[in-house]
Design a binder for this molecule. Structure first.
Ligand code: F6P
Length: 407
């Protein structure tokens, strides 16, 4: 085929990012924008997710502009605005797409943003292509993890690799203060209802972990305390990574409970978690008489520059967006077919999935040992594709005690 001019000359493509930010969104925007320019599109950015298509609209021109994709977060800003509720928002969105002459929409988001985009495509015929994003890594991507003879359905979402790196570094650094005070340190990690990100604590030395996929019933909690006692006594310090969304047995209420930072809900109905690590640490102190502290990693995993892995991943998935655009294949989201190290993240290893079928995906059972509260070697193998081998240095010396009687 001889192309005399760019095939989408005269067309406009707009990008938006919705939901919690990640360190890889600017990288995604830059890479998608660059591919779209090659095809001849004018490229717009819609600010604050779907909110930027309501009212008067909030749209900026990204065509032929410098864009720093290494810088974390999203220069287009984000919001948790639900475009489908209330219903009159759909009309505002359609009106603004016409006013700004936007032909194609790329939605960078998780299940909420991309699920809504798919509905707009189906109901209103708005051409959309989704792009995965979440530090929680709980968005179905059909990515296969090959382990020995097994094929495990895993997930690989831009944003998770950088966040996992941050969590592992944070745990690695916390070790020294924890060793100094001979404490148990309970480190809380974001991830909402899934434990994917908590597992990255193991790569910085977490000896134990609690995840939402394992309910901490009365029995499980008792067993957990036994394990904590045993492991603490081995070396007098212990790092425990805990998911913010873990279900923890409340002795007073005699039921499982979740700890929230606030009672507010966002437009998709999510409440904000926060504080379970404090509850667990204080129970360890009080019930086991072991010095314990809690630390919420909070927004730190979401912050800072995009990692090399995420740079390559977003670039590869943007190559797939280019392919989808050329084939005018809408309602799709690009994904990696298989989990692999950075150098193997190439377009021929991508595919796309129907945005209507993405949904949330918890940690596979095979990745977590509920009996011993540890991540399995199979999870370690999964994450080592992204982070390399776990690196957990300790001071490492055990000095000989001086006995005055021997002097
Ligand atoms: O879904 C991404 C996420 O970072 C979750 O891990 C976390 O529970 C939530 O967003 C926090 O949301 P917000 O930025 O609204 O506090």
């Amino acid at each position: 085929m001889l192309l005399k001019e760019k095939i989408f000359k005269g067309k406009t493509l707009a990008i938006l990012s919705g939901g919690g930010d990640t360190p890889a969104i600017n990288s995604s925007i830059e890479n998608i924008r660059n591919r779209a320019l090659i095809l001849g599109f004018k490229v717009y950015g819609i600010r604050q997710g779907w909110k930027g298509l309501l009212g008067e609209g909030d749209v900026v021109d990204l065509t032929n502009q410098p864009y720093n994709g290494r810088y974390g977060g999203t220069a287009l800003f984000s919001s948790r605005t639900n475009p489908l509720n209330p219903q009159d928002r759909v009309n505002q969105i359609i009106t603004n797409l016409k006013r700004y002459k936007i032909d194609i929409l790329i939605t960078i988001g998780g299940d909420d943003t991309n699920g809504a985009a798919k509905k707009l495509y189906e109901r209103e015929g708005i051409p959309v292509i989704g792009f995965p994003k979440t530090i929680d890594n709980d968005l179905k991507t059909n990515t296969i993890h090959k382990y020995k003879s097994k094929e495990i359905e895993a997930v690989l979402c831009p944003g998770f690799p950088t966040a996992a790196l941050r969590v592992s570094e944070m745990l690695r650094h916390l070790r020294s203060t924890n060793e100094s005070h001979r404490r148990v340190m309970v480190v809380e990690v974001m991830g909402r209802d899934a434990g994917w990100l908590t597992g990255s604590g193991v790569f910085g030395g977490a000896e134990l972990a609690l995840v939402p996929e394992c309910e901490m019933t009365k029995e499980n909690k008792e067993r957990f305390f036994e394990v904590v006692k045993e492991r603490y006594n081995e070396k007098k310090n212990l790092l425990i990574a805990v998911s913010e969304g873990v279900r923890w047995w409340d002795d007073d209420a005699q039921q499982l409970s979740m700890v929230y930072a606030s009672s507010e809900t966002d437009e998709y109905g999510h409440k904000r978690f926060g504080g379970v690590s404090g509850v667990i640490a204080s129970e360890i102190s009080n019930k086991l008489n072991i010095p314990a502290r809690s630390q919420i990693s909070g927004y730190y995993p979401r912050s800072g520059f995009c990692s090399e892995y995420d740079r390559q991943l977003t670039s590869t998935l943007a190559d797939k967006v280019l392919d989808l655009l050329i084939r005018e294949d809408y309602g799709q989201m690009p994904v990696m077919q298989q989990i692999m190290p950075t150098e193997q993240l190439e377009e021929y290893n991508t595919t796309s999935i129907d945005m209507g079928k993405i949904g949330n995906q918890p940690l596979p059972e095979i990745y977590y040992d509920k009996q011993n509260f540890v991540f399995t070697d199979i999870y370690i193998d999964f994450l080592s594709n992204i982070l390399g081998e776990p690196y957990c240095p300790t001071f490492g010396y055990d000095f000989k005690k001086v006995d005055p009687a021997m002097l």
